[in-house]
Design a protein around this ligand. Structure first.
Ligand code: PLP
Length: 401
């Protein structure tokens, strides 16, 4: 089986009747561009996070890019980030004229290794861009300390971490700018979309202006029925505004974040229990005092012990009707980053090690108990059947990963 009705698609979104009705109502209203629903969605999201301002854009990539642009990078300015992330994180730095400087991730948390950040700081460093990998909040206390010691900005890539919290503070209220994603596979979706959260009124306004051609702030009132207004171009901006069609979906998804997180937590526990004795490493438990947003359940395969590669494992699951994902092949292994910066795999050994072994299992809240059982028994049978040797990678490494 490789397709058909009972194929479990990786990262399939939950879309219900409410979304259908709200999208229909939006179409019928003829306010399908940026309008009242975007405004309502921004207000509801700001309230959910506890941030003063939320600006909705058409992707998290646009949020990251505008965050970098508003940071005022000069050509050659450096931004520290992790190679264990999606391309958009580092691409955004480059598009704003900066240079991404990678710091290896920790094997266990898969987040940026805060102990290696200071060694990467140079006189050109302007900002740190941590990524809350898989929904696990980074060590924001350590990152904040380093940033203030060196006068650096912190901009968070919270694409995985809408529900996350760190020491009693929601992700989105800690740093000057936090970027969220509503891409199809994320914890909630608007089909395509993103949100910047900030407590800084001026910054929020700047993001709006830069995201709409650089038209003066008043331009947003074009999206109301207050009559025609002239605008001024104050910056050569971009076209990043969210549409009301997208916001209509987001408004329906937002109230479900909490029950969905609970459901993903249950699936997570079931996976943890079921895979305890298999030749793989399960995700580390959440750090004390944090809320893990449980975006990705990633197994690290002990390929030698299992007697199969990660790609073979994925192919076996695919044949049995289960879609999986890879998060990620580290950025320093990709052509552009290799060639432009001369990176070698061993420059970031933890990220390279994870890249070869990591596989993400379906974790959508809409999985039925039967789906989850099927995933569990399939993974168990593929991994235990394929086990041929005693582990050659010392299991003791479990302590160091
Ligand atoms: C999905 C993702 C992005 C990009 O989000 P889009 O909304 O698709 O632009 C950025 N960073 C990370 C870590 C992501 O997973």
């Amino acid at each position: 089986m490789s397709s058909g009705d009972d194929y479990i698609i990786f990262g399939s979104p939950s879309i219900g009747d409410e979304e259908l009705q709200e999208v229909r109502a939006t179409l019928e209203s003829c306010w399908i561009g940026t309008g009242p629903r975007v405004k309502r969605f921004e207000e509801a999201f700001a309230e959910y996070v506890g941030a003063k301002y939320a600006v909705a854009l058409n992707s998290c990539t646009a949020c990251l890019h505008l965050a970098m642009v508003t940071a005022g990078l000069e050509p050659g300015d450096e931004v520290i980030t992790t190679p264990m992330t999606f391309a958009a994180t580092a691409n955004a730095i480059i598009h704003a004229g900066g240079v991404p400087v990678f710091v290896d991730c920790d094997r266990r948390s898969m987040n940026i290794d805060v102990n290696q950040i200071e060694a990467a700081i140079t006189p050109r460093t302007r900002a740190i861009l941590p990524v809350h990998f898989a929904g696990r909040p980074c060590d924001m206390e350590a990152i904040g300390r380093i940033a203030s010691r060196h006068g650096l900005m912190v901009i968070e890539d919270a694409a995985h971490c809408i529900e996350g919290a760190y020491h009693g503070r929601k992700i989105g209220t800690i740093s000057p700018i936090t970027c969220f994603s509503f891409y199809v596979t994320k914890n909630m979706t608007t089909s395509e979309g993103g949100m910047i959260c900030t407590d800084d009124a001026e910054l929020a306004e700047q993001v709006k202006v830069y995201g709409l051609h650089g038209l003066s702030g008043d331009a947003w009132r074009r999206f109301s029925d207050g009559g025609y207004r002239h605008y001024e171009v104050v910056f050569p901006g971009f076209k990043n505004n969210m549409t009301d069609l997208a916001a209509a979906i987001g408004l329906c998804q937002l109230p479900r974040l909490v029950p969905w997180l609970t459901r993903r937590g249950e699936i997570w526990s079931q996976y943890d229990e079921a895979f305890a004795d298999l030749p793989c490493w399960r995700p580390a438990p959440p750090e004390p005092g944090t809320v893990h947003a449980r975006h990705l359940y990633t197994l690290l395969l002990d390929c030698a012990a299992a007697g199969l590669s990660r790609d073979q494992f994925m192919a076996e699951l695919h044949q049995r009707g289960i879609g999986t994902g890879v998060h990620y092949r580290a950025l320093h292994l990709h052509k552009y980053y290799r060639e432009r910066f001369g990176y070698k795999p061993e420059d970031f050994p933890n990220a390279a090690w994870i890249s070869e072994r990591t596989v993400s299992l379906p974790l959508s809240a809409k999985l039925t108990p039967e789906d989850v059982d099927r995933i569990v028994t399939t993974v168990q049978s593929v991994l235990s059947k394929s086990r041929r040797h005693a582990p050659s990678e010392p299991r003791g490494q479990g302590e160091s990963i």
